[in-house]
Design a protein around this ligand. Structure first.
Ligand code: NAD
Length: 451
């Protein structure tokens, strides 16, 4: 429902009217892109809306509006046919006021600097909200991993690591997996870094998280983001008068986050009835077994052709009547048209920035509750933090400990978000930003700005 709140400086801010708000002057002052639908400007504007509501000091809004460092590298790699190809890689370090930069590496043919900047920015907010001692970073390689053999990918990943080795480190910037990257890639990065760096410390493998368990990874990391999505749902659904064991749900994107969210939500008794990914859309109102679908996707590369459900159109997928919709694919996939089609009560954002401000406005006006990504998908970075702690202290936690500690962090972040919503009478996304900004503001207040 729409609510309007008066901020301390007297301006009226609509808690769900971000799409209709005037652009914050900091957008122009910090030179953010002005073209319509620019992901970075959209993401930062949402934070500026929360900052305005809570009257965040202007210097902090300025600092957070741009990343500290934007690193772009080009590097040649020999292909299996003997030819050389030039690749572009990124590492954006948004903010490290709360601790080392932290964030995933995206391997995708369509990754751009502004996407990486947005994702790095979201990591600063997410780490602050979920209470881990990290700042925000993100990176990636413009590459389609599906088009390369394992040996080509190994050379690409190792050469990228060499290109950024002096800009990452276990106490400075710690990457992790994201779309298109996996634990094998993380293992190659850790191994390459251990040979190249003089700043690796006692355990150079701590430079990266999401590693295989056999090489310094943590139990529970692979499923962590999906586990966190479900922990958030279990915590938040009762106030919406929904019981997890009675819920039906659909999932957009059936990779790491989507499949684990589905498998774990199913364990709680919820029923998956529709799924989609880059290969197609499927539906079965009687229920789709998430474990069986995940096995099918691992062997066939996507949901298309799954024999125990029917193929459907994109529109039918979005219009499927469910209690919970979990977007777990890419950014900006729920724009106004998709938001109008959705027939659900709750959107649990497994993906980063899956909803545009205009799409969110439609959903909130229609009474759909949106559990924002910086809360809902913070499980991945939280267990990455546990992996890093285990690496640095030469420990190996059991799965029960990982799951219990993760749940504590997720529930606490949900409480902080609820408290901010109560204080500022705003939607949950704005509230999550407020809670994240409060911790950053406290840190900056005691640190001050050098010199
Ligand atoms: P992944 O590569 O394992 O899966 C991505 C999924 O998105 C695949 O199923 C793919 O088919 C689907 N997809 C891609 N393009 C699509 C399209 N045009 N239409 C429909 N589906 C499409 O990646 P992931 O790690 O599961 O990440 C998914 C999202 O979750 C991303 O936004 C990522 O930033 C976010 N995230 C991931 C983690 C993590 O730990 N992996 C943590 C937090 C957030």
């Amino acid at each position: 429902m729409s609510t309007a709140t008066k901020s301390k400086n007297g301006k009226v801010a609509s808690s769900n009217g971000k799409a209709t708000m005037k652009q914050d002057p900091i957008v122009a002052e910090t030179g953010l892109p002005t073209e319509a639908n620019n992901l970075y400007t959209e993401t930062v504007s949402t934070m500026l809306h929360a900052a305005e509501l809570m009257n965040l000091p202007r210097y902090l809004r300025l600092i957070l509006a741009q990343p500290k460092n934007e690193i772009m590298v080009h590097f040649p790699v020999q292909m299996d046919n003997g030819q050389f190809k030039l690749f572009k890689g990124y590492r954006v370090q948004h903010n490290n006021a709360l601790g080392p930069y932290k964030g995933g590496l995206r391997f995708h043919h369509d990754v751009h600097l502004d996407d990486v900047k947005s994702l790095a920015f979201l990591m600063t907010m997410k780490c602050s909200l979920v209470g881990v001692p990290y700042g925000g970073g993100k990176g990636g390689i413009k590459v389609n991993p599906r088009e390369h053999s394992a040996s080509e990918m190994e050379r690409i990943v190792r050469r990228f690591t060499a290109a950024i080795a002096h800009n990452i480190g276990p106490d400075y910037d710690i990457p992790a997996p994201d779309v298109g990257s996996n634990s094998q890639h993380m293992a190659w990065i850790a191994d390459t870094f251990s040979f190249l760096s003089e700043i690796g410390g006692d355990n150079p493998a701590a430079v990266i998280t999401g590693k295989p368990v056999s090489y310094g990874g943590s139990l529970g990391r692979e499923k962590a983001t999906g586990q966190g999505v479900v922990d958030t749902l279990v915590e938040m659904l009762p106030e919406l008068k929904l019981k997890p064991e009675k819920c039906t749900f659909s999932v957009l994107g059936f990779g790491n986050v989507g499949s684990w969210s589905a498998k774990i939500f199913q364990e709680k008794g919820a029923k998956l009835t529709a799924a989609a990914d880059h290969t197609g859309f499927i539906i079965n109102e009687k229920g789709i077994d998430a474990d069986d679908l995940a096995k099918y996707v691992s062997s066939k590369g996507g949901v298309a052709g799954y024999p125990k459900a029917s193929k459907c159109s994109k529109d039918d997928f979005y219009k499927a009547k469910v209690d919970v919709f979990i977007p777990a694919a890419l950014e900006q996939m729920i724009k106004e048209p998709e938001a109008h089609m959705l027939n659900c009560k709750v959107v649990a954002e497994g993906a980063n920035a899956p909803t545009t401000p205009a799409g969110e406005k439609v959903m909130l006006d229609r009474g759909i509750e949106v559990l924002p990504a910086i809360l809902c998908n913070a499980g991945g970075v939280t267990v990455s933090y546990f992996e890093w702690v285990q690496n640095k202290t030469f420990q190996a936690w059991d799965l029960e400990k990982v799951d219990a500690e993760l749940n504590k962090h997720m529930v606490k972040a949900a409480h902080k978000t609820r408290a901010a919503r109560g204080q500022y009478k705003c939607d949950l996304r704005t509230a999550a930003y407020v809670a994240a900004l409060q911790r950053l503001a406290e840190a900056y207040e005691v640190r001050g700005i050098f010199p």
